[in-house]
Design a protein around this ligand. Structure first.
Ligand code: ADP
Ligand code: DP6
Ligand code: CO
Length: 321
């Protein structure tokens, strides 16, 4: 038996990935730019065991079946194919934040799984770029969680992992993750973006706008232009939600919009806070050290906010055992 345990942190996109290229392989249709967080993590142990007849997956203490099990097996099959082996595995994984809720559990989940599986497989020595590419095939946002700090994922083809572009301390950035439900979403990201690409009248406009937002954001990040970065972050999120909404997908709730308004009120009061939201109702707020306490106090007052996770940019995925 061979085993490895990995920890990966979630990441969220400042310039969003939404939509896939019309080819097999799970390639994003647009480039994205993200930040990997210090808190909010997945811990995954993979054990390859010649005595097992089938892969066995436990997620958050419960035996996984159906699609959750299937997505893990598909990644393990790719690792087995690369190593030329057929040994089955047991996988034990847990997220320390809500799963399938719009807080990017698929990102930390498949980053930790890819890294642990590659390390647990005897004789397989893949570069971190290849591990990122492996994670991307299971969930494109996961490619970014292999790396720490600010990370880009191209809309590329072929072997196409993510790439770090700035370290965690590049900006004086704090993130306030406003959690508004502990439950999971009705429509997962994969089917949400498929529905958007097939039926949203605004999908072509999104494909047109996203690369320009990404390119401008990369420059703003390099220049440490906080206001520009914040403005582009809000634009990317709103454009993504508009495209999804026009396909009938409403991930936002009343409290999501109240949080957007609260952040804009903070700006009127002189705080440089900016919001984003992924495929779920939670809101992530970007603030600087000087504004952290005031922003947190104001956001906690918004009715419907259950709790606020205070976090910062952090490091990439690691093997811990
Ligand atoms: P999220 O916003 O949480 O990323 P997604 O719809 O993108 O939501 O992905 C949720 C799916 O990711 C889950 O249904 C499950 O299949 C998978 N997933 C989440 N966490 C893990 C994990 N720790 N290990 C393996 N798969 C996971
Ligand atoms: C809104 O990476 O979860 O969080 O590749 O189908 O697994 P799949 O989708 P996923 O989509 C993430 C979408 C997003 C934006 C982002 O993280 O860039
Ligand atoms: Co996801």
């Amino acid at each position: 038996m061979t085993a490895a345990t990995a920890i990966a942190h979630t990441n969220f996109a400042l310039a969003k990935y939404w939509g896939k290229k019309p080819l097999p392989g799970n390639y994003p249709a647009v480039p994205s730019l993200s930040v990997t967080l210090e808190g909010m993590s997945t811990r995954t142990t993979v054990r390859f065991d010649a005595d097992l007849q089938a892969d066995q997956v436990t997620l958050n203490g419960a035996l996984a079946t159906g699609d959750v099990h299937g997505r893990v097996v598909t990644l393990l099959d790719r690792v087995r194919a690369l190593a030329g082996r057929s040994t089955r595995a047991s996988v034990e994984s847990a997220n320390d934040f809500p799963t399938a809720s719009g807080l990017a559990s698929s990102a930390s989940g498949f980053a930790a799984l890819a890294l642990a599986a590659v390390h647990a497989m005897p004789g397989l020595d893949l570069s971190i770029e290849r591990v990122s590419d492996l994670a991307r095939q299971s969930s494109a946002s996961a490619a970014r969680s292999l790396f720490g700090g600010f990370v880009e994922l191209p809309a590329g083809e072929g072997i196409s992992g993510a790439r770090p572009i700035a370290p965690p301390d590049h900006l004086d950035l704090h993130v306030l993750v406003c959690v508004v439900t502990e439950g999971s979403k009705d429509v997962g990201s994969t089917s949400g973006m498929q529905k958007t690409s097939l039926t949203s009248p605004y999908y072509p406009a999104w494909l047109d706008a996203a690369p320009a937002i990404f390119a401008a954001m990369k420059l703003a990040l390099e220049a440490r232009d906080w206001e520009k970065l914040g403005d582009l972050t809000e634009r990317s999120a709103l454009a993504m939600h508009a495209a999804a909404m026009a396909a009938g997908l409403v991930y936002v709730r009343g409290v999501t919009l109240d949080l957007f308004a609260a952040v804009r009120r903070l700006r009127q009061e002189g705080l440089l806070a900016y919001f984003t939201a992924d495929a779920g109702p939670h809101v992530k707020v970007l603030v600087r050290s000087a504004d952290l306490a005031r922003a947190k106090g104001a956001l906690a007052q918004v009715p419907g906010v259950l709790r606020i996770i205070e976090t910062r940019p952090g490091g990439g995925a690691v093997i811990v055992q």
